[in-house]
Ligand binder design. Structure first.
Ligand SMILES: [Zn+2]
Length: 182
C-alpha cells in the first residue's frame, strides 16, 4: 500500500540543511563557530576549540559570519526517511520490507529512532505485544544483543518496527509490524 497523502513529497524535496556542532575558540568566548571534521568551517584548527553541547545556529547573533556563510552553503543531507530507507534495504526481502520501503518513499513519519540498552527498548518502546507480523524475530533480535537500535514508522494502517542490530556486523535489520488500531 503506497501512501498517497504527501503529494509531491520525495527524498529529493525533503533533504535537510547540514547541521554542525557549535564550538568556541579557547580564550575567545562569545563567538560560536560551526565545527567540522578537523576544525571550524572558517578554518580554525580543532586543537584551539572548545565544543558546545548544542548545534551551531547560522542565524544567531553570536555566530561567526564566515561559518554562517559556509554552513548555509554546505550540501544538504538526506532526510530521516531516506536514511532509514537505506538501512531497511538491507533487511530480508518480503512483504513487510516492500511496504515499509514504499511508506518511507512516500514520507511516512519516523516516530522514533533511538539506540540504547536492548532490554529497555524492548520493554518500553517496541510494544512487542502489539505486533502481528514478525514479532518472534524482533524479540529474538532484542534478546541477542545488550545494546541495539530501533526505529518506528507509521503509515495509515501500520506501525512498523525496525530493529537495528549494531552498526558493524550486527546483521541486517529485523522488521515487524502491527496494526495502528489493533
Ligand atoms: Zn567561524
Amino acid at each position: 500500500m503506497i501512501d498517497e497523502r504527501n503529494d509531491g513529497w520525495s527524498f529529493a524535496t525533503a533533504r535537510v540543511a547540514a547541521r554542525f556542532g557549535a564550538c568556541e575558540v579557547r580564550g575567545a568566548p562569545g563567538v560560536e563557530h560551526a565545527g567540522g571534521g578537523r576544525g571550524t568551517l572558517c578554518g580554525i584548527a580543532a586543537r584551539c576549540l572548545t565544543c558546545r553541547l548544542h548545534l551551531f545556529e547560522p542565524d544567531a547573533l553570536q555566530s561567526c559570519r564566515r561559518c554562517r556563510r559556509a554552513a548555509k552553503d554546505a550540501p544538504t543531507e538526506p532526510c530521516v526517511q531516506e536514511r532509514l530507507h537505506g538501512r531497511v534495504r538491507a533487511a530480508a526481502g518480503g512483504r513487510i520490507r516492500e511496504e515499509l520501503l514504499a511508506a518511507l518513499r512516500g514520507g511516512a513519519p519516523v516516530r522514533l529512532w533511538i539506540n540504547g540498552p536492548s532490554a529497555d527498548l524492548a520493554g518500553f518502546h517496541a510494544r512487542l505485544d502489539e505486533l502481528t507480523e514478525g514479532a518472534g524475530p524482533a524479540a529474538e533480535a532484542f534478546a541477542a544483543a545488550a545494546a541495539i537500535g530501533m526505529a518506528v514508522v507509521e503509515d495509515d494502517r501500520w506501525r512498523f518496527l525496525v530493529v537495528l542490530p549494531g552498526s558493524g556486523d550486527g546483521g541486517p535489520p529485523v522488521l515487524a509490524r502491527g496494526l495502528r488500531d489493533p
